[in-house]
Design a protein around this ligand. Structure first.
Ligand SMILES: [Fe+2]
Length: 344
């Protein structure tokens, strides 16, 4: 690696004294580096900006723009902020050294310097810089791979959930698309309520499977026109608990099983299966509930035709703060009445 660095490394030498500049340049050239020289701070900044070097040897005491100023400008420019800077100066005062390090210099060489010492410091910092660069490239690469595989995992998860949803809906053609539409309405409400992206993803997923427990309800009950007996109704009501039981062992990054369990709870405690009240019900479930009511009332069912959007919105608004979360109702009303949301 040493060989490679020596042959390829670009070094910018900055000094306002022509003799010092020439000496430094010659030493670096004799070692095979690709050397450019600048006789003022201004020229150094231009040279560094147009083609960032791998290392800069920088004189401190220069007229107009001194080395400190050059260093701090280099460090505040994205293209050159990582370039190692070694100060080379006649001054050996501790205060100046400290100031140089504070500005981001990596080392300090005092004139008169030993040729070998100077070269070994340059070499060490080039190697260090190259290693750090290599390391950060590796980290970036790993991070990109992780992001990619996380994306794939998420897509697989969503695909498998969609399959589950499709299985339930296959047995119950009247509610085909119901879960997807509920998920979409719930996500739109959550967006208006400015929930986090993470919460919204969880709501989407829970919405898509919220009736998964219906897989255990006999198909003839699901598609039965007309009214249901108490027993049949009880079997249908069990779908929240059934859904929870099916999903509870899956380790989702969201409380999917709980949301599914609670999607028929009502704010005043009149819902099922647990009769939870107010904040005892997850916000995500309170959102799915409202989306579920609106979607159900606006679609055709075996036992009745669609009741229409107006009736659905009246239902949730009339029971705002009683059965349904008031903020969720407000967001839902806004969604349909002001934003003109259309059911797919
Ligand atoms: Fe349901």
């Amino acid at each position: 690696m040493e060989k490679i660095i020596k042959n390829k490394a670009k070094i910018l030498v900055v000094d306002d004294t022509p003799a010092s500049l020439k000496l430094l340049t010659d030493i670096m050239k004799s070692e095979g580096y690709d050397v450019r020289s600048a006789i003022s701070g201004e020229l150094a900044l231009n040279a560094a900006a147009s083609n960032p070097p791998d290392l800069i040897l920088l004189d401190i005491r220069m007229p107009e723009m001194d080395g400190f100023e050059v260093c701090s400008r280099l460090k505040s420019t994205p293209a050159t902020e990582d370039v190692p800077v070694i100060f080379v100066t006649a001054a050996s005062e501790t205060g100046e050294k400290v100031h140089g390090f504070e500005l981001g210099a990596v080392d300090y060489v005092t004139k008169p310097y030993q040729r070998d010492e100077l070269l070994s410091r340059v070499r060490a910092h080039l190697e260090l810089h190259q290693l750090r660069h290599h390391l950060s490239e590796m980290v970036d690469e790993q991070t990109a791979q992780l992001v990619e595989s996380e994306k794939k995992l998420k897509k697989n998860l969503l695909d498998s959930v969609a399959v589950l949803a499709a299985i339930v809906e296959m047995r119950d053609p009247y509610t085909a698309g119901h879960q997807r539409r509920v998920a979409e309405i719930a996500v739109a409400i959550a967006n208006i309520m400015q929930l986090t992206q993470m919460q919204i993803e969880g709501i989407h997923l829970a919405g898509v499977v919220h009736d998964i427990g219906k897989i255990q309800v006999p198909a003839e009950i699901l598609v039965k026109p007309g009214s249901l007996s108490d027993l049949e109704y009880m079997l249908i009501k069990a779908h929240s608990q059934n859904g929870y039981d099916l999903l509870k062992t899956v380790d989702y990054p969201w409380p999917i099983a709980q949301i599914v369990l609670q999607h028929h709870e009502r704010l005043d405690g009149s819902g099922y299966p647990q009769g939870l009240k107010g904040d005892e019900i997850l916000l995500e479930a309170r959102i799915i509930t409202v989306a579920d009511v609106v979607e159900s009332m606006t679609s055709h069912r075996p036992y009745r035709p669609s009741l229409g959007l107006d009736a659905a919105l009246e239902e949730i608004e009339r029971n705002r703060g009683v059965l349904y979360d008031p903020l969720v109702v407000d967001a839902c009303s806004r969604l349909f009445r002001e934003n003109g949301y259309k059911l797919a």
